[in-house]
Design a protein around this ligand. Sequence first.
Ligand code: LMR
Length: 335
Amino acid sequence: MFKKITSLFTAITFIAVTSLFGLSASAQTPMVIKLSHVVAENTPKGLASLKFKELAEKKLPGKVQVQVFPSSQLFGDAKELEALLLNDVQIINPSLSKFDRYTKKISVFDLPFLFKDAKAAADFQKSKEGQALLKSMEDKGLIGLAYWHNGMKHFSTNKDFRVPADVKGLKFRIQPSDVYESFIKSIGGSAQKMAFAEVYQGLQTGVVDGQENTFSNIYSQKFHEVQKTIVETNHGILDYMVVVNAKWWNSLPADIKKGLSEAMAEATIYNNQIGQQKNDEARKLIVDSGKAKVVKLTDAQLAEWRKAVAPVYAQFEKDIGADLIKAAQSHSLKK
Ligand code: LMR
């Protein structure tokens, strides 16, 4: 009798201890990893997120289950970084313009006309300085695992325009970036920070007159249906940093960390292969729709844009660092 009571007591203690540390289920139940983003599935980031899920689950069968939440379904722009720090989501991939609360240095990516094309931005990301930025927010609890690409951004508005003088007084939706706020001011407009999920309605109801984005985002969000002109300004890059909660990442068992790192490396290659293609496809679909006019700039018109933005560099040089700006610029000078 005494023996029976002792073994019952031992069993109860075991269950209590293992469930307290979440150990009881780990042998059978896969670890759930939530990945949340704000764009549509048929975009470079949407497709690469699904690719990461597929690869991670293949490399770690029965060990992980990656749940992907697109289109701000789980967390939108305003909440996703906080949610990551609270471990309510384990992986997010915000655009580089959404980190300036955590490090001013990353704003280098927002400087207008800094990169001559998407390749120059990618080369900078691969450089020593670009790789260091992935680690620049560790003291804030964020680790950057990879850069993902979307592509070059263009302005659109509800009127016909070519040069900064034409957009004077217009209100533009921007991402939460102080550099972009100053950029819009430099071209004579006013800026309103707004979450991505609210942009279509903002444009449709006239809360804002214009926005700036890549063709894949413009098409998948139907912005071209509520805008008159898209001017191919190529004024900046829309790229992403895939980030994880540092505490969560550092506490992962070695095999899981290895499998996830490999899946991330392969999903990154895939993302970089499809970025250009998705944007070219979206551009064609917009032109074919006959809704917004897509316009290329002459060299003289482009020069007007470049001239207008000079004060932005002077304003942010100290925060970002002259050396970092120079290092980023060097990749656009290469042949
Ligand atoms: C935006 O807010 O315009 C973009 O950052 C959305 C995205 O993630 O591509």
